[in-house]
Each structure stands twice: as C-alpha cells, then as structure tokens.
Design a protein around this ligand. Structure first.
Ligand code: PLP
Length: 405
C-alpha cells in the first residue's frame, strides 16, 4: 500500500486540522465503519484494530449482544437524570456489585470522573470514618501513573506533557515509585486516606509490578487503616485474562474504579464500586452527574456485566495472551528489546535502531494493522478479546515484516 491517503481521507484529515483542537496526534487513517476486530476506512481499506480504543472495545466493534441491548433501550428510555429512578439502574448496579463482590455502585460517565469520585470518597471516608483532621487527608499515588485528564488528576501526574502549565495543582497527593511496597509503607502516616494505583500501568507502557506487590499493598493498607483504590479502568473487565488485574494476585481492593469497556464500546460509562462502609460515606446531594447512571448506559453496562459473568472473555484473553506472548517473544533480538504482557495486553519496546514507536505504528498502518505508540519506543497491543488466534498470528507477522524491512 502507498503511504498517501486517498482524496476523501486527505480532505477529512485536513478539515480536522483546520477546525479541531490539536490535543491528539492521530495516525493518518480515517475510519468510517467497523465490525468485530476489523475497521474500514473511508476508501474501503480494512485494518485489524490492535488498540481497541484503549480497551474500551474489549468485546470488539458492534458486538451483537451489546448492540441489541442498546437498540432495545434507545426505543424505550434514554435519560431521566437521577432526579427520578429508572428501571435499568437497579439491575445494572446489582449485577456490577455482584461481579465485583462488593455492596455498592456509584455510576459516572468517564474514567476521570470515576477517579475523581474515588478521591472524594477516600477523603470523606478519611474524615468521617478514620478521623483524619479537617483538610489534612492525603492519597499515595505512583510515579508514572495515568488516571485521566482533569485538573486534580494531572496535578499528580509526573508526565510533563500531561502536567506542565496546568497548575496550580491540588495538594494532598504523595508520590512513591511504582511497584515499591516498602516506599508505600514508609509514606503512610496518620493523614493517609488511601493508596491509589493502577494494578498494571497502561499508559506507562503496560508496566507490570513485581510479583507479590499487590498482595503487599493490600496487607499494608489493611494494617494501617488505609483504603486500597485500584484503578482498573484499563486493566479490568477481562483484558488480562481475569475479571480484574488484581485477581492475578488474588487481591481484593477496597475500591474498584471501572470505565472504558464497561460502556461496551458504545458510550461512556464508569463506576466506583466498594462496600457500604466505604462508599456509604457519600450522602444524598454530595456527589452526582447529570448523565451518570442514565438508563441507556445502564442497559449497555448490564449486558457487558452479564457477558463477563460467564468468564468466557477472561478465558479467551488468558489463552490467546499466552499464544501472543510466545510469538512476541520470538521478536526479541529482531527489532524488539522487551515484551511486557498480561493476558491480551502487551507493551512491546522497539529497538531505537529500527525506528520510533510512532514510525513502526505508521508502517504497520500501511500493512493494515492499527497499534498505538506510547513514550517514544513502546507500541501497545490490546486487541478486542474476540480476536482469533489466526488474526493475532497475522498481526505479529506484519510486525515481524515491518521490523525486518
Ligand atoms: C483511560 C484511563 C483513565 C481515564 O479514563 P477517561 O475515560 O479517558 O477519562 C483513568 N485511568 C486509567 C488507568 C485509564 O487507562
């Protein structure tokens, strides 16, 4: 394939360049349709989607069962606000609480809102239950974190692109190196309300903590009366071969933050899930969202949770992840320096002698494979969990080809 974009695609890209804020640097492909793991551009060319909208499309594009739930709901009721009850929210909350093994669900829309909600819950719990002095609560976060784009959240990011020039930043966050349980133990004092962590750091490049880390965090939090908040927005809901990345170590956090795939690839849906003794601290009127818990999102989320309840997608991710790991490992020394992988979620570090992550992503685009680079030399591979082994093999062959060219 040539590297030029067809006329229609070029025109649409130019139009975006003229009238869309420049807060992204997309690959030069204009998608107009998709089904399953394949997307089609405006010219009719097909590409295998190995990004899945950062794991928001764990079930692929247009999964028939999710579409059916959405269509059925679209014709009945889409929005009530929480000023009234709606008949979809209770069943969704019940199913999600059960999937998480927790009592209560607080629905929001985007991931960043779930994180913000988790921060509010942790602080309120700190003052009302733990007895921290007014306005003194702190939350321990990790270096290299990604929790979203609000002003509070970017304030505790250490990525200069996400952080710089958006201050003044909210106080109350303490940084420790990711994966260092001793540093967490040392950072805890009487004002610590919570430890907020990604059980696997996604945007950082699929960074896995050392084995046993999550268990130690759990023990340290329990021993010190500190909440363990797991940001499973990208790592959760089947991606790593378990329902949650915390399951890999048999760990149950106090608070789950969920998003992305919860909305079935159709709409934004996020949630904070915890037991009554934690989430119950939030009283009527203290928190909310106009669209949070809307019946359309609840109907979609309920279907997603039902699909996860069978364990089928988790099992697929585990089996296919092992398959993918073996084929990616064979690229080490042939343009790849490191592979980090959990389930169907891989960070592949490209040897700089072979090009930047972006250059490799552009070459893969030309061969019909969509991936996203991160932090210069890493490409992230996170296909829909519905992908077939033969499709994965084909994709890895394209990577091999690009690296050997
Ligand atoms: C994507 C992401 C978020 C933010 O979600 P948005 O829906 O983009 O606001 C938060 N935490 C993690 C770990 C994420 O991957």
């Amino acid at each position: 394939m040539s590297t030029t974009v067809d006329d229609l695609g070029a025109r649409l890209i130019a139009e975006e360049g003229a009238h869309l804020a420049h807060n992204y640097h997309p690959l030069p492909v204009v998608v107009s349709r998709a089904e399953g793991v394949w997307v089609t551009d405006v010219e009719g060319k097909r590409y295998l989607d190995l990004l899945s909208a950062y794991s928001a499309l764990n079930f692929g594009h247009g999964h028939p069962a999710i579409l059916a739930a959405a269509r059925e709901q679209l014709d009945r009721l889409t929005l009530t606000s929480r000023a009234y009850h709606n008949d979809r929210l209770g069943p969704f909350a019940t199913a999600l609480a059960q999937l998480c093994g927790k009592d209560l669900v607080l629905p929001m829309n985007t991931g960043a809102e779930a994180v913000e909600t988790g921060i509010k819950v942790a602080r309120a719990w700190g003052y009302r239950t733990k007895g921290i002095a007014p306005d003194a609560a702190t939350i321990i976060v990790a270096n290299g974190n990604f929790h979203g784009r609000t002003t509070t959240i970017v304030g505790f990011s250490d990525d200069p692109t996400a952080h710089d020039d958006f201050g003044p930043y909210a106080p109350g966050f303490v940084h420790v190196p990711y994966g260092d349980a001793d540093a967490i133990a040392a950072a805890i004092d009487e004002n610590t309300a919570a430890v907020l962590l990604e059980p696997i750091q996604g945007e950082a490049g699929v960074v896995l903590p050392p084995e046993g880390f999550l268990q130690r965090v759990r023990e340290i939090c329990t021993a010190n009366d500190v909440l363990f908040i797991a940001d499973e927005i990208q790592s959760g809901l089947g991606r790593v071969g378990e329902t949650f990345a915390c399951d890999r170590e048999g760990v149950v956090p106090d608070v789950y933050l969920l998003g992305k795939a919860l909305g079935g690839g159709i709409l934004p849906l996020s949630a904070v899930v915890a037991n009554e003794d934690v989430l119950g601290v939030i009283r009527a009127g203290e928190h909310g969202s106009t669209f949070g818990g809307n019946p359309l999102a609840a109907a979609v989320g309920l279907r997603v949770v039902e699909m996860l309840a069978s364990g089928e997608f988790q099992a697929r991710a585990k089996a296919l992840g092992a398959h993918l790991e073996a084929s990616l490992q064979s690229l080490i020394g042939h343009g790849v320096t490191t592979v980090r992988i959990a389930g169907l979620w891989a960070g592949v570090d490209i040897d700089p002698a072979y090009g930047t992550g972006r250059e490799i992503a552009e070459k893969l685009l030309a061969r019909g494979v969509l991936v996203k680079d991160t932090h210069g030399q890493t490409i992230r591979i996170a296909p829909p969990l519905t992908i077939r082994a033969t499709e994965l093999d084909w994709a890895v062959e394209q990577v091999r080809h690009v690296l050997s060219a």
